[in-house]
Design a protein around this ligand. Structure first.
Ligand SMILES: [Zn+2]
Length: 300
């Protein structure tokens, strides 16, 4: 290749790289120093009844099974999709039987794997109106508190939306959506019942309540997301009130989920996975984090 041609080829490569990055969404190439650790493999396990943990060691993904179709909550990182698929298979279940995929919030560490899991399962994807827009476009929304600092998500096809409080039926499972915004403007938590013999528990998959943001963003005064505080307060009130026997958080560490499972495996009684005060404690810790954050924002 001549020098001129080599230069032209280099420019073309750069252009293709920029276009591919733009198509994948804003900040698709932002480095993620925690991703490898977040993606540490985790042996799947039964949480209770027909609810299984199929996520990675640091990012939750939950499968709710029924004889005529399953529901999957969260797809974790793009690189987690293969692991979630393998976890489902190792439980003797089929990814192709997942009929519905939902999410907690559309950051790359919870919704990054959804495109691939949808492609492999053919499942329907539903999301809150704000989250659906992000899923369809990919990237990171401009009014996201972390816009500009995190990786974007891979776009997802055929996403439909729901209203707060909507329920979905898949086989014998009924799962209900609750808007619990604040961490993002479209955050959603999910409730359903799981039963084992004649014992039934209220299950809660809780979205993040962390007031984290890009530098310069203020939850107390954001033109991009003016209702942030109002949303957080509504979310705390939801967790104070919702029936909650088993809490699963989008990051398992925020509800000590894997520690509780390990304690159960050691034979601890009563079952450490069951704790009807867990959602109220989760609300209280969210309130405290927001209080600290607002105190920081008020400093001159
Ligand atoms: Zn997030």
């Amino acid at each position: 290749m001549t020098g001129k041609r080599r230069k032209l080829a280099a420019h073309l490569c750069l252009l293709i790289f920029i276009c591919a990055s733009a198509m994948l969404g804003q900040h698709a190439t932002t480095p993620c120093s925690s991703c490898a650790e977040w993606n540490t493999p985790q042996t799947p396990f039964r949480i209770f009844g027909n609810s299984y943990y199929v996520g990675t060691h640091a990012l939750s993904s939950v499968l709710i099974t029924s004889p005529s179709g399953h529901v999957l909550i969260d797809g974790d990182l793009p690189e987690s999709a293969a692991q979630i698929a393998a976890n489902i298979k190792s439980l003797g279940l089929r990814l192709e039987d997942v009929k519905l995929i939902v999410n907690s919030h559309v950051h790359f560490d919870h919704a990054g794997g959804i495109a691939e899991l949808q492609r492999r399962s053919g499942a329907r994807v539903v999301a809150s109106p704000w989250s659906a827009e992000v899923l369809k476009k990919g990237g990171v929304a401009r009014d996201d508190p972390q816009s500009g600092t995190i990786r974007g998500i891979i776009p997802v096809k055929n996403v439909s939306t729901f209203r707060d409080g909507a329920s979905f039926h898949v086989g014998t499972t009924t799962i209900t959506a609750h808007l619990t915004a604040g961490h993002t403007p479209g955050g959603t938590s999910w409730t359903w019942k799981s039963c084992d013999a004649n014992v039934c528990h209220d299950m809660v998959y809780a979205d993040s309540l962390n007031p984290v943001s890009a530098p310069g963003f203020k939850f107390s005064d954001s033109r991009a997301y003016p209702q942030a505080l109002q949303d957080f307060r509504k979310s705390f009130a939801f967790f104070d009130a919702t029936p909650c026997d088993i809490l699963i958080t989008a990051h398992p560490e925020f509800s000590e989920l894997l520690d509780r499972f390990a304690a159960r495996e050691r034979g601890a009684k009563p079952d450490p996975m069951v704790d009807s005060a867990a959602c109220r404690r989760y609300a209280a810790s969210g309130r405290e984090k927001l209080r600290q954050r607002l105190a920081d924002e008020a400093k001159p």
